[in-house]
Design a protein. Structure first.
Length: 169
């Protein structure tokens, strides 16, 4: 769990280790076609999703790690077309990701990383239900099989409750 002010370097703290892990996997562990995702990064807004995607894309430049972004402003079919061509890291807004997971459009069963960025914002403005649906999906891997990273600029009681639910003890 990370607690830092906006602009405090949280993004690099998770982008680089995730990319390093994925680059170290053998080809059999990295079959990313057909929507099989290794890292899922959930953001509360399109703007943040775009920023996070840009960070992953820049740091993954000249590697074979495939990064995609999904949010409501882009056509659903376009998001899925890019993801199904191959996607190791999927960054998106909670609503779009919930939709893809519930409808079986992406495969999260092999997920190794779940990142909840700006978790305080994810729980406000009606995003909490999206997050709950994602975490409770039967195809979603249990806590023991994934690493969950939770970042927040503030620490209200709701974040402590979420942390107790999604983080390893």
């Amino acid at each position: 769990m990370g607690h830092a002010e906006t602009g405090g370097g949280k993004t690099a703290a998770f982008v680089l280790p995730i990319l390093h892990y994925i680059m170290g996997l053998d080809a059999n562990s990295r079959e990313s076609k057909g929507g099989r995702i290794l890292a899922l990064v959930v953001a509360p807004t399109r703007e943040l999703a775009k920023q996070l995607f840009d960070s992953f894309r820049k740091h993954a430049f000249e590697t074979d790690v495939k990064c995609c972004v999904a949010y409501g402003e882009r056509p659903r079919w376009k998001n899925l077309e890019e993801i199904h061509k191959g996607c190791d890291v999927l960054v998106g807004t909670s609503g779009r990701l919930m939709d893809f997971i519930q409808k079986g459009d992406i495969n999260v069963s092999s997920l190794k990383f779940l990142v909840l960025d700006e978790a305080d914002m994810l729980l406000s403005d009606g995003h909490g239900g999206h997050l709950e649906s994602i975490l409770n999906d039967p195809k979603f891997p249990p806590i023991e099989k994934r690493q969950t990273l939770l970042f927040s600029a503030t620490f209200p009681p709701e974040i402590e409750t979420l942390a107790a639910k999604v983080l390893k003890k």
